[in-house]
Design a binder for this molecule. Structure first.
Ligand SMILES: [Zn+2]
Length: 313
């Protein structure tokens, strides 16, 4: 019973996003750090907010989320063999010593319900050639030279389309900024989801790869390539970009590492950081995201999504 409980809970708890991914720690990478990096790269506050919000929204929009809790729950319920299959296959994995119970049942839940998740959701968060191929990072740190190298092109496809649209001065700049945010999301996920597949996700993985504290090196690499992309994009629009402070990596690492026990702590920490760095009165993540939604940010996000769907078709 002790073994089957995590699987039963993962399939049975309505609305329990935590069963699928854990606390909302990835917002620190997708929203908070991205916003600060965009400001350093020279983007004005409003445009930095548009980019960071689209990055974060990629996890929340029903057509782009890979969590898709409600859809997965429904999938688990409509296929009568799903729950018994998860229990049997998960138990076999635990007995074979492949994984602990949380991960063993978690990945079987992901597998049994993957068909209910929109294809775009899988491809934006687990960029790879197929559902069962492990994710490879869009960029990686060469351990010998210490240089950042090109990795898998799958993790850069949306981002590169955003660069092209910026370069050609596409008249719908709002949608292009949203596209840039979505592209950064996939870039960042290609680094933190390295080695995981879309079919099995990372439900139940310990430590949670979405947490920036799970792998400090990966979190900083993600911040570095995000910053470089934002500076490149800014140059395409404005002819030049901003520079971060000399010790920016240590500063970002400290905010990540000073990891509070709750979502509210992280939100407060990042709001203080933004206030101190950019001398702007930040209402915090929730307030900024609400501001983006109230100003109609979801509309250009929808237009950018059209481009993503054409691109990934
Ligand atoms: Zn994601």
């Amino acid at each position: 019973m002790r073994l089957v409980l995590p699987a039963a809970l993962a399939l049975a708890l309505p609305g329990c996003a935590g069963a699928f991914r854990g606390p909302d720690t990835c917002m620190e990478i997708h929203f908070d750090a991205t916003y600060a990096l965009a400001r350093w790269a020279g983007w004005p506050a409003e445009e930095a907010l548009a980019i960071a919000s689209a990055d974060a929204w990629t996890d929340l929009h029903p057509d782009t989320t890979s969590v898709a809790t409600e859809r997965r729950l429904l999938a688990g319920l409509v296929i009568p063999v799903a729950i018994p299959w998860v229990l049997c296959a998960g138990t076999a994995d635990v007995v074979a010593g492949d994984a602990g119970p949380g991960r063993a049942y978690g990945r079987r839940v992901a597998e049994a319900t993957a068909w209910a998740v929109p294809a775009t959701g899988h491809r934006l968060h687990f960029p790879a050639v197929g559902l069962r191929s492990p994710v490879l990072p869009a960029f990686y740190l060469n351990p010998v030279s210490g240089e950042i190298e090109y990795g898998s092109a799958e993790g850069r496809r949306v981002l590169e389309r955003a660069f092209l649209d910026l370069q050609s001065h596409d008249e719908d700049l709002e949608a292009t900024l949203a596209l840039l945010g979505i592209g950064l999301h996939t870039l960042q996920d290609s680094i933190k989801h390295r080695g995981y597949t879309a079919a099995q996700g990372h439900i139940g993985a310990e430590p949670n790869p979405d947490s920036p504290c799970c792998d400090a090196g990966a979190a900083i690499l993600s911040a570095e390539v995000t910053l470089n992309s934002l500076r490149y994009a800014r140059r395409l629009v404005a002819g030049s970009s901003g520079r971060p402070p000399r010790r920016w990596r240590e500063m970002i690492r400290r905010v990540f590492h000073d990891h509070g026990p709750s979502v509210e702590d992280a939100e407060r920490r990042w709001a203080d950081f933004v206030r101190e760095q950019f001398q702007e009165d930040s209402p915090g993540r929730t307030g900024l995201l609400a501001r983006w939604r109230e100003s109609g940010g979801e509309e250009p996000f929808g237009r950018a999504l059209q481009k993503v769907e054409d691109l990934l078709r």
